[in-house]
Design a protein around this ligand. Structure first.
Ligand code: GDP
Ligand code: MN
Length: 393
């Protein structure tokens, strides 16, 4: 997961890395309010996940509220390399004596971490790497040993940072390394890391990529999720803790396990249908989870039929069936659905489902058969109609 600059700065601050005071704004008025709060002069910064915002006109200094109004108005809605600006970060402006660069990332080939520092920051580091590779000092770090103060001192001296910046930069590098390792990031980058005229070292930009494989041990990362980019269905699903991805079709899919959910999407496609979503309910197919899943799918007006595909393993088919019956009672959903139960206690489960079966709730023991029925239920005529309305979506 890539963080926006303002999120990266919040992340850095937790690890003791100095950043400027500021606040986010989604409108011009909010930008002015934030500027008044942090104190002038301020920098108005486009929040998009792409580099070179400065050159693209996405970063502007403002000395008073009128200037903030002008710049915020220009930057909101600006298209920077295909990313439309919807949010701003407004921070107290810094005086800059020098712009440096610092980062930690993974060197897969060497099975080590790579630390990099340069006295030529502020600009595109790839350009520096290409035109003047010696301007970037590097250190390879054995993950089992860690990064020491001795290495940090060597790194900033190799990079040729100014004498008055050395101690501050070393402190930041040690904290940046902690942010990288303890924070479970794949990349942490500060460009520019500045030296102020009064001798302080300070992060003026933040680029952070978190390692998604570590998400399970970071509930606090939920705050970083890009809620704005989710559609209504995904927002609802997330609020209910479901693994849901919205798609453009009309057959709603509920399956247990990501692999089975993916195969279900494939099979629906194979028989001429089009999946409306990918929804993995995981191991716990109880009534609560099932009702939540049905509710999320039901919130999509284009869903014409639902296919529930459960393979009982540790979760038993009879429990799943009871969950489905219970969920049907709770949600009162009338969308036609096909249920395919297989695996542990599937026969008992199907027996339980018999109590709710109708021409709108159909049990089918095979995946392919169930997919065919789901697509039939969606209806050929409605199917064409819904595809036209998808185009307008
Ligand atoms: P990027 O272009 O997307 O990497 O955005 P940055 O946050 O790195 O900002 C680009 C450039 O804007 C920096 O290298 C600085 O030269 C300038 N800049 C950003 N913040 C300030 C600030 O507080 N004061 C001053 N004087 N310049 C700033
Ligand atoms: Mn930058």
């Amino acid at each position: 997961m890539d963080l926006y600059e303002y999120q990266g700065k919040q992340y850095f601050a937790r690890f003791g890395i100095p950043v400027s005071v500021g606040g986010v704004a989604d409108t011009v008025d909010e930008a002015v309010a934030q500027a008044n709060k942090v104190g002038y002069p301020v920098v108005v910064k486009a929040q998009v996940q792409v580099g070179g915002r400065g050159k693209a006109g996405g970063i502007k200094l403002a000395t008073d509220a009128d200037e903030v109004r002008t710049h915020a108005g220009n930057i909101l809605g600006l298209d920077i390399k295909g990313h439309v600006v919807r949010r701003l970060w407004v921070e107290h402006a810094s005086d800059i004596a020098k712009e440096y660069y610092a980062s930690f990332t993974l060197d897969r080939g060497a099975k080590a971490y790579l630390g990099m520092v340069s006295a030529q920051g502020g600009v595109d580091i790839e350009e520096v790497a290409a035109s003047d590779p010696d301007a970037i000092a590097r250190v390879s770090i054995d993950p089992s040993v860690g990064f020491t103060e001795v290495q940090a001192r060597q790194l900033v001296e190799d990079a040729g940072l100014d004498a008055e910046a050395l101690d501050g930069a070393i402190g930041i590098l040690l904290n940046l390394y902690r942010a990288y390792v303890e924070g479970d990031a794949d990349l942490v980058e500060i460009n520019p890391l500045i030296l102020t005229p009064d001798g302080r070292v300070h992060a003026l930009d933040a680029k952070v990529t978190l390692d998604d494989n570590a998400a399970y041990r970071h509930p606090e990362w939920d705050d970083f999720r890009d809620i704005d980019e989710l559609d209504e269905r995904e927002r609802l699903a997330r609020s209910k803790g479901l693994q849901y991805v919205g798609l453009d079709g009309y057959v709603g899919i509920i399956a247990n396990g990501a692999g089975l959910a993916m195969s279900t999407c494939d099979v629906v496609n194979q028989v001429g249908g089009s999946p409306a979503n990918f929804l993995d309910i995981g191991g716990g197919a109880n009534a609560e989870v099932m009702a939540n899943a049905l509710e999320v799918i039901h919130s999509d007006p284009l869903v014409r039929a639902i296919m529930i595909n459960i393979f009982g393993g540790i979760t038993r088919g009879d429990e799943v069936a009871r969950g489905i019956v219970d969920a049907l009672g709770r949600t009162g959903i009338t969308t036609p659905m096909v249920i395919r139960l297989d695996g542990t206690n599937a026969a008992e489960g199907r027996e339980i489902l018999r109590g709710v079966e109708s021409d709108r709730v159909i049990s089918n023991p095979t995946m392919l058969g169930a997919a065919r029925t789901a697509v039939e239920l969606a209806g050929a005529a409605e199917l064409r109609g819904s595809e036209q309305s998808r185009g307008a979506r």
